[in-house]
Design a binder for this molecule. Structure first.
Ligand code: MSP
Length: 510
């Protein structure tokens, strides 16, 4: 039986290196995966690379390489970025792996055996970057792709077709019974309108090139790259190899992506799964585009920014924090150096970082770095209330995929804690021997606030949280903290030896 929270990123084309758009999806999934682990859930977080098809083939040809040589060269560059961004994936799938080819063949055979595949001829305009035929408003004047603004290519081929048209009613029933299948709701409305408009069968094989998985009953054809790609989500669960594992993971809880590939996930994918007699995913979540100059940032359009261009300046934690905090999750957003620098200084250097260094410095000078004994572990007052708000809001936002609000709740708590310090002014209490207990109470509460910040920030900024945790000197590992218990007020043990350590977020030079 299913006992694992399963989250996926799209598997990315490897026609080039990653840009911050790909990293946006991947970081968001990582934050969700880490949050679920923090709740003590079993998690399977999958990412990987989509290596077949024409877009990758052409990238190899342009470099005078065989496609396999090219993908083998470029995939490590993707993995390097994910490693640097501290992406905690549980598996990385490459569609050129043997395990995947085998399961794609099983899968298309099932569709064939179900009577949903037939031979036909197709002619249309194809976008190689989307790997998709285009019609109507998807075609701009001059026969350009509306997403990539590159010329479409006229393709005519004898292909195998998947009988998508037969699934219209079953898909509409799925959307009606599971309104959460596509989120946010506006995206669901688009999908419903598209399906109600009538579905056409799609070609699911190619014969003009051989860079793909051969169709098992007719190996002159290779499987269309999108059919091949979607199936990665099931290959990685052990489908056809380890039935028990498959059942414990599938169906996916959420496939994350932006709207460019929604139709494949919300229409083609469930229809093919229904045909194969397999359960459909629980939900597809569509976040917005990162824009440059008002357009979707992309390598094809030469507007891609490599994540390392930003991590070099701001560090990995700030990188992860910034995009989630800046862009309401689900809406489009723009990146700018100015806004990133402004948030860094306001919320991380002057906010969280300064809060931690002030509190730890005071613990050092007033109590020799040792957590003082408070008059009560219950806590009271404004900071305690703010903590209760954080403990309620952060999980609620996370579970609703309101990532910017979750990160905002954390920032709100940091601000409250800074206000609390100004209000109680421990530096004044310290001047009065008679108020030693008040000083101890205020520092205990402040240190306890830092402990909560480290716990709640850990899915978002794993590195900075671990450093803060180490400065707090808590014996138990941060990775051994689980919600809801770790969110209880008063767990910090008096007597714990803290240390000031290096600044979590050094101020930026102009
Ligand atoms: N290979 C297919 C996906 C197959 S999944 C079974 C593909 N690859 S892709 O490399 O083009 O990645 C598209 C995805 O990358 C988007 O859906 C989104 O998750 C992410 N993004 C790419 N550019 C982006 C922005 N400019 N902004 C936000 N996300 C972006 O499609």
């Amino acid at each position: 039986m299913k006992d694992t929270f399963y989250i996926t990123t799209p598997i990315y084309y490897v026609n080039d290196v990653p840009h911050i758009g790909h990293a946006y999806t991947t970081v968001a999934c990582d934050v969700i995966a880490r949050y679920r682990r923090l709740r003590g859930e079993k998690v399977f977080f999958l990412t990987g690379t989509d290596e077949h098809g024409q877009t990758n083939l052409r990238a190899a040809q342009q470099r005078g390489l065989k496609p396999q040589e090219w993908v083998d060269q470029i995939v490590p560059q993707w993995k390097e970025v994910w490693e640097r961004l501290e992406i905690s994936y549980d598996d990385f799938i490459r569609t050129t792996e043997e395990r995947h080819g085998r399961s794609v063949q099983d899968f298309v055979q099932r569709l064939y055996d179900a009577g949903d595949v037939y031979l036909g001829t197709y002619e249309g305009l194809y976008c190689i970057s989307c790997e998709e035929f285009k019609t109507g408003s998807e075609i701009l004047d001059g026969q350009l792709c509306a997403i990539h603004k590159i010329p479409l290519e006229r393709v005519q081929e004898q292909n195998y077709f998947f009988r998508l048209s037969a699934y219209q009613d079953r898909l509409l029933k799925l959307y009606e019974e599971h309104p959460e299948f596509v989120r946010p709701e506006t995206r669901m409305n688009e999908v419903v309108a598209f399906v109600k408009g009538g579905l056409q069968d799609f070609s699911m094989s190619r014969t003009s090139f051989d860079w793909g998985v051969p169709i098992p009953w007719d190996p002159k054809h290779v499987v269309y790259v999108w059919v091949d790609a979607l199936f990665n989500y099931i290959t990685a669960t052990g489908f056809g190899v380890d039935e028990q594992r498959f059942r414990s993971i599938w169906p996916a809880d959420v496939h994350m992506m932006s709207k460019d590939i929604l139709r494949f996930h919300a229409v083609f994918w469930p229809a093919m799964l229904m045909s194969a007699g397999l359960p459909v995913p629980r939900s597809v979540f569509v976040h917005g585009y990162l824009l440059v100059g008002g357009e979707k940032m992309s390598k094809t359009r030469l507007t891609g920014i490599h994540p390392f261009q930003l991590t070099g300046h701001f560090g990995v934690d700030a990188y992860r924090y910034y995009f989630l905090r800046e862009v309401p999750f689900g809406q489009d957003g723009s990146f700018s150096w100015e806004s990133m620098a402004a948030r860094y200084n306001a919320e991380l250097a002057n906010g969280l970082g300064n809060l931690a260094s002030r509190i730890l410095a005071m613990a050092g000078s007033y109590f020799g770095g040792v957590v003082p004994e408070p008059s009560s572990r219950e806590g009271s007052g404004r900071l305690r209330e703010a903590a209760t708000a954080l403990v309620g809001r952060f999980p609620a936002h996370m579970e609703a995929f309101q990532l910017s609000d979750a990160v905002g709740a954390l920032d709100g708590f940091v601000r409250e804690a800074n206000r609390y310090l100004v209000e109680v002014a421990p530096w004044n209490l310290a001047k009065d021997e008679g108020r030693r207990q008040d000083l101890a109470d205020s520092l205990y509460a402040s240190l306890e606030a830092l402990r909560l910040i480290a716990v709640f920030a850990s899915p978002v900024m794993p590195g900075a949280s671990a450093r803060l945790w180490a400065q707090l000197g808590i014996a138990e590992q941060l990775s051994a903290q689980y919600l809801p218990r770790a969110a209880q007020w008063g767990l910090l043990e008096p007597g714990t030896r803290t240390s000031k350590g290096e600044a979590l977020f050094p101020r930026l030079d102009d």
